[in-house]
Design a protein around this ligand. Structure first.
Ligand SMILES: [Zn+2]
Ligand SMILES: [Zn+2]
Length: 360
């Protein structure tokens, strides 16, 4: 067996300081001259996997203490103390300068020998892909099961576009409900969320519980309260309602953020810098809330009575006599000799927008 060193790490860290801390910094991988041609077109990859040698590590224990939690087997850990002390980390490639790769996220100290570089591709390196095709919520369910709310919030941000306190509260409530109701969701209306706000909170609920606008398992009650009732249909209905006890908590606990919110969002008067600062604070608060005890924020009621619609009916389609567009028959306006869509008939309709449900 022959293993070659193809380069070396340049980092501000001369000694290990813990992987989380190190992963937050940039470092450089200097590739040796004889291997530089192998970097051809590497710029096309956003992420790389770096294999490196833990040159400062000595010996190993097969059962080892972890930084958090009880002891367990070496091969269930990422400890550097191993029979073959090789590390592997996925990094973000920031830029390439000749033989230098500027990367973000490498947890290796200065002078670490690099053994290999490979492109990271989620479709190749993601071991659960076939499972996900069968159960699309595989990853989300796993995060809920292991109570990894931090990562759930991270993912919910993909749907919501930013991190904010109320998104975090939605994730917190929904993850708690999914656990207590022992619920999964295949988007077939067996699990419903009845939300009482059209604010950020509802996106945390939609992402985490999978009760969405499009799969008819999100029911919206135009009450303007930060509250949600989860309903699991079965032989009987199981319900859980979460109501935010104190909607002024941001003003009280985070006055700086509340002040900025007023200026930047409510009055739309913030400078670019203030907008950035607000986003930063909002994100910090969101990730703080997600670690909180749910009872600190919510009043939780079990088995409440709730009036529910039946499973969503499937209607036949019709075509508008005027514009020809296809529409649900139940939404058509029937005239004596024609069928019109609401737009062509210029009839009233309802719209859900930032103001709630309004009649137009
Ligand atoms: Zn938000
Ligand atoms: Zn029409």
């Amino acid at each position: 067996m022959e293993i070659n060193k193809i380069g070396e790490v340049r980092s501000k860290y001369k000694e290990p300081v813990g992987p989380d801390e190190m992963r937050k910094s940039k470092s450089i991988i200097e590739v040796e001259a004889e291997y530089v041609d192998g970097l051809d077109q590497i710029e096309n990859y956003e992420y790389l996997q770096i294999l490196f040698y833990f040159h400062k590590s000595e010996g190993y224990d097969l059962i080892a203490k972890r930084r958090k939690g009880p002891e367990r087997g070496l091969f269930t850990s990422r400890s550097p103390r191993r029979p073959t002390p090789i590390g592997i980390t996925t990094v973000e490639l920031l830029k390439r300068e000749d033989n230098k790769l500027h990367v973000y996220g490498l947890d290796a100290v200065d002078g670490t020998p690099v053994l290999d570089i490979k492109p990271y591709a989620s479709f190749m390196d993601h071991p659960t892909l076939s499972l996900e095709k069968k159960t699309p919520r595989y990853q989300i369910n796993k995060l809920i099961k292991y109570q990894n709310l931090h990562d759930l919030l991270l993912k919910a941000g993909e749907l919501h576009g930013h991190y904010c306190p109320f998104l975090a509260l939605g994730v917190l409530a929904a993850a708690d409900a999914m656990t207590r109701l022992d619920a999964d969701n295949d988007g077939m209306e067996d699990l419903l969320a009845v939300v009482e706000t059209n604010g950020c909170f509802s996106d945390g609920v939609q992402y985490t519980a999978g009760t969405t606008f499009g799969n008819n398992s999100l029911i919206y009650r135009d009450f303007g309260k930060t509250a949600v009732t989860f309903v699991k249909r079965g032989d009987s209905l199981e319900t859980l309602r979460y109501y935010l006890k104190d909607s002024n908590f941001v003003e009280q606990k985070y006055p700086e953020a509340a002040k900025l919110f007023k200026k930047v969002i409510a009055e739309r008067k913030g400078t670019k810098k203030e907008q950035e600062k607000m986003k930063e604070l909002w994100q910090e608060i969101a990730f703080e809330i997600i670690e909180a005890d749910i009872k600190e924020y919510f009043k939780i009621e079990e088995n409440i009575e709730i009036e529910l619609p039946d499973y969503a009916p499937i209607f036949e389609d019709q075509n508008c006599s005027k514009c020809g567009e296809n529409l649900m028959a139940s939404k058509a306006v029937q005239k004596v000799d024609e069928v019109l869509c609401r737009n062509c008939a210029e009839s009233k309709y309802y719209q859900l927008d930032g103001s709630g449900i309004i009649e137009k």
